[in-house]
Ligand binder design. Structure first.
Ligand code: CUO
Length: 702
């Protein structure tokens, strides 16, 4: 690995420590320009590689907001001050004069110790992922950069205790690594029903995905992404469906929206995570706390341009959003109307209503129709819940995990808040015209069957279980591990990979290009009854979507679960990057950390089997395609949830099609009561029953 790449990689290591502390298991030391190499070589031994931290004049010039975010505190994208600071720092890292990794690494190294540690990692990750010059490379797994955000401190302490006692007893024979187990029982007990789905909420891959998603779709971004407001709705809507899959698997009711902000929140949460190694904790929330007005302003030298808000403000913003949804338009500050409708062809001057609603609700001050009037409801929810334990800042407490995108999924209240968010979008979607028959039916194609197979099990039977992912926590922590690795085995849900087998007939005499859309949903509700259309509608989640050419006549399609359009494999670890460093001449990486973890593609299911349904719809590629978004592009392997960097979203249909709207009472002349009717009505669709069994042990997947 060349020095520039190394320097960048090691800027991610031990983020809370100053650069003069060795990195790379003691092999790398950053040195200020004015320190002599010989002095360091003597101090650390000859194995040590020294890297210069150049003195760059005025490197902090004009970074007023950056200086206001204190070191040692959590960086939150839901905090407008932090976002403004990130914008400044990103601007510095994305400066057109930064033409290569060497210059970026010099600028970043000279800034690192002067800014908030988490803000630094966020802005540097953004610059590496978003700058086409670097093509999404070299960002190590977020759970190795910040193990404190993923693993409770007491787990890490176990490893440290092992190291210390071995050091004491047998200092000459210290092993190279110390390994501790992290199972799924840490933050609570099953006395709390919500704990039954903690394995999902606290999954490292889920939280890493959410961090990366917000990294590639930030609000107030200088490089606006295609259909950002819509994908904000869609990706979180899909997360909600999947959370409900897990809840139903565990005999819990679907999550209830947090709609009444003046009654206690029964679900408490104690994350047991530290902000950094200072032992400062993320905020905690006992059961049944009440929200309070958010009047917290941290004391700073300059007045902030950001106002506190109260529950009244939030209620007003909600009323105005619902009012706009039902009137079918929003109003700009000057009184002009902005029509909200999904029945438009999106273009440079025209957005779908869901996109406008998403940007206004999230809220993006640059894209909102009228930020003063419609407020910042989504972010306000994260903030007011995140500071429920100290809303005035009297106790100088840190934000709860819901205030940090890399930890927010852990908190049950996050899901209740986002169920409310999803409900607002659904209010809008229910007012959209149902899809007409010609928007659903592809006459020339007939789907005959879909079966899922996983080799050793019966057809239409899938199996889940547990597995372990080993990560190296010592890369992100501030303790002296004497060059030893501290590894943690993270236990997580997984499943046996499977294949979709789809039989399709193309009744034309020519080949035709189509999109195959695969969705899944539980078959039964909490009462174990099969569901009506409207009951099941919000539980469909995308499993895969792919383009294929159908030959005339009968076609047998096979598609592997690992090829899914929503998933990514595990992130690259520090060690992966050290051992197989990417080169600046490599083709663009399809991977950038955003994407649903492959190991959570299936829900847990049940030991005795749980009924799910697979729904396949084939649509006309000519109507789905988007110019310029096909092909192998940087950061495209989970395009359905993450879009494609520097390209348009690769599907012209509204996200969630065809389940995003309610159906006509009749489709293709058949009355629609449930999804069986819907599948029967469409020759180009099919639905199949499957069962998911949990084998409650570590799965042997070799
Ligand atoms: Cu991802 Cu609220 O948007 O957490």
């Amino acid at each position: 690995m060349n020095d520039d790449q190394k320097r960048l990689l090691y800027l991610f290591e031990r983020p809370y420590e100053r650069l003069n502390i060795p990195r790379g298991r003691g092999s790398i030391v950053f040195q200020p320009d004015d320190l002599e190499v010989e002095e360091l070589a003597t101090r650390w031994g000859t194995r040590v590689t020294t890297m210069r931290i150049p003195t760059i004049p005025n490197v902090m010039k004009d970074m007023h907001m950056v200086k206001l975010v204190k070191r040692g505190t959590t960086y939150s994208q839901f905090n407008p001050l932090h976002r403004a600071a990130a914008k400044e720092l990103i601007q510095r890292f994305m400066d057109p004069q930064i033409k290569n990794m060497q210059i970026l690494s010099h600028v970043a190294a000279s800034i690192k110790d002067r800014v908030n540690e988490e803000l630094f990692i966020y802005a540097l990750s953004y610059a590496i992922i978003r700058n086409p010059k670097f093509d999404s490379r070299l960002v190590p797994a977020i759970y190795e950069v910040f193990p404190n955000k993923f693993i409770p401190q007491h787990t890490i302490k176990q490893a440290m205790d092992q190291l210390r006692s071995t050091q004491y007893k047998d200092p000459q024979n210290l092993p190279d690594e110390f390994v501790v187990e992290h199972n799924i029982e840490f933050t609570g007990s099953d006395l709390n029903p919500e704990h039954r789905v903690a394995y999902f909420r606290e999954d490292y891959g889920l939280n890493a995905h959410h961090w990366h998603w917000h990294l590639v779709f930030p609000v107030e971004d200088e490089r606006p992404r295609d259909r950002k407001g819509e994908i904000f709705f869609y990706m979180h809507n899909q997360m909600m469906a999947r959370y409900d899959w897990e809840r139903l698997s565990n005999w819990l009711n679907r999550v209830v929206k947090l709609n009444n902000w003046r009654e206690p929140i029964p679900e408490g949460y104690f994350p047991k995570l530290t902000i950094n190694n200072s032992a400062k904790q993320y905020g905690t929330r006992p059961d049944n706390m009440m929200l309070q007005d958010f009047t917290r302003i941290d004391k700073v030298d300059e007045p902030l341009p950001f106002a506190p808000f109260d529950i009244n403000d939030m209620e007003r913003w909600r009323t105005r959003l619902f009012d706009a949804i039902h009137k079918g338009y929003m109003k700009k500050k000057n009184g002009d109307r902005v029509i909200l409708s999904d029945n438009v062809v999106p273009g440079p001057d025209q957005k779908r209503g869901v996109d406008i609603l998403g940007d206004t609700f999230e809220a993006d001050a640059d894209l909102s129709v009228n930020p003063d009037f419609y407020g910042s409801l989504h972010s306000a929810g994260h903030d007011i819940i995140g500071f429920i334990h100290d809303p005035q800042g009297h106790h100088k407490e840190e934000v709860g995990v819901i205030g940090d995108t890399s930890t927010s999924c852990r908190d049950p209240a996050f899901w209740r808040w986002h169920k409310f968010v999803d409900d607002v979008f659904n209010e809008y979607k229910m007012l959209q015209e149902p899809y007409k028959d010609n928007e659903l039916i592809l006459e020339s194609v007939e789907v005959e069957s879909v079966t899922v197979t996983s080799g050793i099990l019966d057809d239409n039977v899938l199996e889940t279980g547990w597995n372990k992912r080993t990560i190296e926590a010592s890369r992100g922590l501030d303790f002296r591990s004497e060059g030893r690795s501290i590894k943690v085995n993270l236990e997580h849900l997984t499943h046996r990979p499977f294949t979709y087998n789809i039989q399709v007939t193309n009744n034309q005499t020519d080949p035709c290009d189509v999109t195959v859309r695969v969705y899944m949903a539980p078959k039964r509700n909490e009462a174990n009854n099969t569901m009506t259309f409207m009951d099941q509608r919000l539980l469909w989640a995308e499993m895969d979507k792919f383009k294929i050419t159908l030959e005339p006549g009968s076609n047998s399609l096979e598609r592997l679960s690992t090829e899914s359009s929503i998933t990514i494999p595990d992130e690259l670890t520090f060690r992966d990057l050290e051992e197989n460093p990417p080169s600046e001449d490599d083709p663009p990486s399809l991977f950038c950390g955003c994407g649903w973890p492959q190991h959570l593609l299936l829900p847990m299911g049940r030991v005795g089997g749980m009924d799910f349904q697979i729904f396949v719809l084939i649509s006309d590629w000519e109507l789905d395609k988007v110019e310029g978004s096909a092909g192998e592009k940087a950061c495209s392997n989970a395009a359905s949830y993450c879009g494609i960097l520097n390209a348009k979203f690769p599907d012209a249909r509204p996200m969630g099609y065809p389940f995003d709207r309610k159906p006509n009472t009749k489709v293709n002349e058949l009355v629609i009561r449930n999804f069986s009717d819907f599948a029967d009505a469409l020759p180009n669709a099919i639905m199949s029953d499957i069962k998911i069994y949990l084998r409650n042990e570590i799965l042997n997947l070799d």
